[in-house]
Write a new protein. Structure first.
Length: 92
């Protein structure tokens, strides 16, 4: 879960850096650094989601395949699946 959280953040942040670079100065060193970082983070997100989810939660695996924000979507889906219910049903 920790690996997924770190990789999802790196994936989203590196995409933001790439887009900001594209829309402003388009510096080649920034692209050369952030591009491979983004690709690696994307692959780590997919692998970490595959390991963190069960076969019943195929939705998180599909979310992880979305480039850019898929890690954050998968992380949110995994967290909601693993969270315990906050309240118990009232008896009466």
């Amino acid at each position: 879960m920790r690996t997924l959280r770190i990789a999802a953040g790196a994936e989203a942040a590196s995409l933001a850096v790439l887009l900001a670079n594209l829309l402003t100065v388009h510096a080649q060193p920034v692209t050369s650094l952030a591009g491979p970082l983004h690709g690696t983070a994307y692959l780590v997100v997919i692998a970490a989601t595959w390991q963190a989810t069960t076969a019943a939660d195929a939705g998180a695996r599909w979310c992880a395949l979305v480039p850019g924000v898929g890690g954050l979507l998968a992380l949110r889906r995994v967290r909601t699946r693993t969270a315990a219910p906050a309240t118990t049903p009232a008896e009466g």
